[in-house]
Design a protein around this ligand. Structure first.
Ligand SMILES: NC(=O)c1ccc[n+]([C@@H]2O[C@H](COP(=O)([O-])OP(=O)(O)OC[C@H]3O[C@@H](n4cnc5c(N)ncnc54)[C@H](OP(=O)(O)O)[C@@H]3O)[C@@H](O)[C@H]2O)c1
Length: 266
């Protein structure tokens, strides 16, 4: 009862399978991050790792290029959706817009805001890029099919849009703070301060979570709920590992009351 008040239930087996695959993949990644088996990029990329062979060396990318591989396929999925699906209702159009804007913002930040220090492996970039593209395609396709289903009795799409806008703005603001920690060409890591960084070390992840909750509320499909839940668990894992990294790197200079991602809680 509550389910059909909140969610547009898909009858597609394909969407159900894709939602489960996305959720399991994200849960597994979150678990690996939590247990120290971190995705090899940014702070966690170990350029001197003994298991990097000469062949791997040839498949190393500067972080900026790797990040473009992360985000461009999902952005293209969003663009294609505008042209492929002809009859749209308001909710469907909103979902395509917010997902496309999310990845466009990411690409623009990679090009013009972030100051990267390192590299990543091409295979890590491709895996992450494909997973973003797959989850974006799942959410959009589910939304497309859901236009035939009855609307949920509780309509959250405009509340969701507000939550999404808070999330995307907060995420950008904290990326801007991170970028200002470095001068051009600088590769040092510093302890970020200001905004929500005074409470959590992954303030940008916190607002990413807010953004995804917004997308889920706009969409009100089970697939977007699964992907949001998986993303939250992944970011809890990655932020836990990040906090541990700061404690190891900065020792006593890192204030122990600063949590990983949820203020005062986690
Ligand atoms: N939806 C998902 O599944 C998912 C998963 C992960 C991340 N994300 C989102 O993607 C965005 C980027 O995430 P990310 O993991 O790439 O972020 P990140 O590792 O924190 O890096 C973001 C940028 O800030 C720089 N930076 C980070 N910490 C710094 C410090 N202490 N001092 C100086 N510069 C620092 C990084 O440089 P370096 O490259 O040199 O480290 C990079 O340029 C976030 O908004 C996050 O929420 C989404």
């Amino acid at each position: 009862m509550l389910g059909s008040s909140l969610f547009i239930i898909s009858s597609s087996i394909l969407v159900t399978i894709m939602s489960i695959v996305n959720l399991l993949g994200l849960v597994m990644s979150g678990y690996m991050e939590m247990s120290g088996n971190n995705k090899q990029y940014a702070k966690f990329f170990d350029a001197n790792a003994s298991n990097i062979s000469k062949n791997d060396e040839e498949h190393k990318l500067p972080s900026r290029n790797g990040m473009l591989v992360f985000y461009t396929p999902a952005f293209i999925v969003g663009l294609v959706a505008f042209t492929v699906f002809p009859h749209h209702d308001t909710r469907f159009v909103m979902v395509i817009y917010v997902l496309t804007i999310h990845f466009l913002k990411r690409i623009l930040e990679v090009l013009f805001v972030h100051k990267f220090s390192g590299s990543m492996m091409l295979n890590a970039a491709i895996t992450i890029g494909l997973s973003y593209a797959l989850s974006t395609a799942t959410m959009i396709y589910d939304q497309y099919l859901s236009q035939e289903s009855p609307e949920p009795s509780i309509d959250l799409k405009y509340v969701g849009l507000g939550i999404f806008l808070i999330g995307i703005t907060g995420n950008f603001y904290h990326h801007y703070i991170l970028s200002n920690l470095r001068k051009k060409g600088d590769k040092e890591y510093k302890i970020p301060k200001g905004g929500l960084f005074d409470l959590v070390i992954c303030a940008h992840y916190f607002f990413e979570i807010v953004e995804f909750i917004g997308v889920s509320c706009i969409s009100q499909t089970i697939s977007s709920f699964c992907i949001t839940l998986g993303t939250i668990l992944l970011l809890l894992g990655r932020s836990h590992a990040t906090r541990k990294w700061y404690v190891m790197k900065f020792g006593g200079k890192f204030h122990k009351d600063i949590k990983a991602v949820i203020p005062y809680i986690f």
